[in-house]
Design a protein around this ligand. Structure first.
Ligand code: SF4
Length: 365
């Protein structure tokens, strides 16, 4: 890699600039570099990774998608300590949305040119497979141009248990009914000791990875995520990245990675909110470490649009989504929202060319 002169940046920096794979041990050295230096290395990796994309324009293009988060139910029996969204069935404000109501929301999305819904919900104890299959078929029939980016690995483990059906069969039936891709939600940190402390009833790290392995085998691509800044250590975060990278070596099914910081407001876990420098440091490390993942999304929803702009120089090449509706992160106190026009302005002001994309990172305009 000849994008930056490697003189004076040390052995680990030279290795990054040479495009070599970083070991988990070396990830510690990278993480402890001065912030600007780490950002420069991640930026070099982004440019190297994207230089052949989009007909050779990948270095200067930053993508985004117009979508809508739809949470079909807020009923959940898992009780994650970091979650401010879920309700019990006894709570007056619990709900389950009908296919017609969800279709109405999708129609509103289509009216503003959106192309995808992120469809997720709590682990409802009573909804049977018919609710989900009918919902997917109904939406696909009414809105054939909309990609259903739906559910998450913990939801699929819950479905497999509740429906008493093998995981692969559940995924196959969902895919055949209209599911287009699987979001990487519920990963938090893929280390069981951490998961037990923040979400004792959620699926294990191995189960999360097994859902993604199975989905990829069935042709369903997915994103990968990390929520950090709660009870985990740096070693846990690096282990999380190591496990994702290993699975990506095996399947090549992850389209993108996004990390965000834990939002403590209104949650049982509480605690301190990490600041921008730790977010940028972690995102930069992820860009370098995940050398087999093409796209890194900036998390401006939790950090704000200005830090989102800086994140584009710390390894990110995508500005995420317009998110016409968002209920989960905002329940924990975060309220950053933007229109497509505002997103394009922020990307342009950061020195990049904004382009709209679909779920598979193909340009739409
Ligand atoms: S994060 Fe998801 S699984 Fe956990 S309590 Fe909230 S809705 Fe339920």
């Amino acid at each position: 890699m000849d994008l930056i002169n490697a003189n004076g940046i040390g052995k680990i920096g030279a290795k990054v600039l040479d495009g070599e794979r970083i070991s988990p041990e070396e990830a510690y050295d990278l993480y402890s570099l001065p912030l600007a230096e780490l950002g420069m290395l991640a930026d070099a990796r982004r440019r190297w990774k994207k230089k052949d994309a989009y007909g050779g324009a990948g270095e200067r293009i930053v993508t985004y998608i117009v979508d809508r988060n739809i949470n079909y139910t807020n009923v959940c029996n898992v009780g994650c300590k970091f979650c401010a969204f879920y309700r019990r069935k006894r709570d007056a404000d619990h709900y389950v949305l009908s296919p017609e109501t969800i279709s109405g929301k999708v129609a509103e999305l289509e009216a503003i040119g959106g192309t995808q819904i992120l469809l997720q919900g709590g682990h409802h104890p009573d909804l049977g497979i018919d609710y989900y299959l009918e919902l997917l078929s109904y939406l696909k029939e009414k809105h054939p141009g909309i990609n259903i980016h739906g559910f998450s690995p913990p939801e699929f483990i819950h479905f497999s248990r509740t429906f008493e059906m093998p995981l692969e069969e559940v995924l196959r039936r969902f895919r055949d009914a209209g599911l287009g891709s699987v979001p990487g939600g519920g990963a938090e940190i893929l280390v069981d000791e951490v998961r037990k402390r923040i979400a004792a009833l959620k699926c294990s790290a191995d189960q999360w990875l097994e859902v993604m392995r199975t989905a990829h085998r069935l042709g369903l691509r997915s994103s990968a995520t990390m929520m950090f800044g709660h009870v985990e250590s740096l070693a846990d975060r690096i282990e999380h990245l190591r496990r994702l990278r290993n699975l990506q070596d095996e399947t090549r099914g992850f389209t993108a990675f996004i990390c965000w910081t834990f939002q403590p407001e209104n949650t049982a876990l509480g605690g301190r909110k990490l600041g921008p420098s730790e977010y940028l440091r972690m995102q930069a490390l992820s860009r370098v470490f995940l050398d087999n993942v093409d796209n890194i999304q900036a998390s401006w929803v939790t950090q704000g649009p200005e830090i989102g702009q800086v994140a584009l120089r710390f390894g990110a090449n995508d500005f995420g989504s317009v998110m016409m509706e968002e209920n989960v992160v905002s329940a924990a106190g975060t309220t950053f929202r933007m229109t497509a026009k505002e997103i394009e302005t922020f990307i342009g002001e950061a020195g990049f060319e904004p382009r709209r994309r679909n779920n598979w990172y193909e340009l739409l305009s």
